[in-house]
Design a binder for this molecule. Structure first.
Ligand code: MLT
Length: 265
């Protein structure tokens, strides 16, 4: 699907047919992080995995706010047709929650994958500033090296093909885009109180060894959402959709199959 947004032509990758599922990627990645999961989900759903602004498929200027990323996702959703199933991974989860807050009726079911509702505290904000300074001075490469051990569980890092794929995705991002992501995450509001207002079926997925958004936070989030359910993927770190796409597809497929009615072909 092609979309015009803020004067730029944007390619939205999509595959499959059926109820629409919109997958939002995290930092410092792009929509390709969903490749394996989306191939499997496309047996049952029309899967859209847009790149957020400033990335290979999306030349729009990334202006450093989660709200502006949510504006973009709202336009994708409007072009795809509402209502839809929404999946947000980590920073994509921050965008998904922002969209839920402004357009709850557009979303029929929600999955929050390795993400959180709490805002950054002072120490996390300071780390964002450090990463911004590194990106300004030395570019993306040191960020790729420092992020890999945080994104992947140690057993996943040992899988050379997986680690190389993640590294390749990070290295093709521009420094200005990642700076925008860091500013957006740093400045986002705390949405913990909003969780109790989510009225659609919601699945929370977390890697058992996630060190960026730890399982305890996901457990709390699932408890705070009235129709929240938690699935933990043992052995995976933060990047569960790439570390264990079969388990993530199964969890999402079962959940959205009953929430949206995607038939198994
Ligand atoms: C992400 O995976 O999108 C980010 O690491 C999340 C974060 O840093 O808060």
């Amino acid at each position: 699907m092609r979309l015009e947004w803020r004067g730029r032509e944007i390619e939205i990758r999509e595959l499959g047919q059926g109820p629409a599922l919109l997958l939002i990627h995290g930092y410092p990645l792009d929509g390709a992080m969903w490749s394996a999961v989306s191939r499997r989900l496309s047996d049952r759903f029309r899967v859209l995995k847009p790149d957020l602004p400033g990335r290979p498929d999306n030349p729009a200027w990334p202006d450093g706010s989660i709200e502006s990323y949510a504006d973009f996702i709202q336009s994708v959703a409007a072009a795809a047709g509402e209502p839809f199933g929404l999946v947000g991974f980590s920073m994509g989860g921050y965008v998904a929650l922002a969209l839920m807050k402004r357009r709850p009726a557009a979303v029929r079911a929600l999955a929050l994958v390795d993400t959180r509702a709490v805002a950054d505290d002072e120490s996390v904000r300071a780390k964002r500033e450090e990463a911004i300074a590194i990106l300004r001075q030395r570019g993306v490469e040191p960020i790729a090296e420092s992020m890999l051990p945080k994104l992947l569980a140690s057993a996943s890092i040992a899988r050379r093909d997986l680690a190389d794929r993640v590294r390749r995705i990070i290295l093709r991002q521009r420094a200005e885009t990642l700076i925008s992501d860091l500013q957006a995450m740093r400045d986002r509001p705390d949405l913990t109180a909003f969780l109790s207002e989510i009225s659609v079926p919601t699945l929370v997925v977390v890697g058992g060894d996630d060190v960026i958004t730890p399982p305890a936070e996901s457990e709390e989030m699932a408890r705070a959402i009235p129709s929240g359910r938690l699935v933990t993927i043992p052995g995976a770190g933060h990047l569960t959709p790439m570390e264990n796409p079969i388990a993530v597809e199964q969890a999402l497929g079962d959940f959205f199959g009953s929430a949206l009615g995607g038939a198994i072909s």
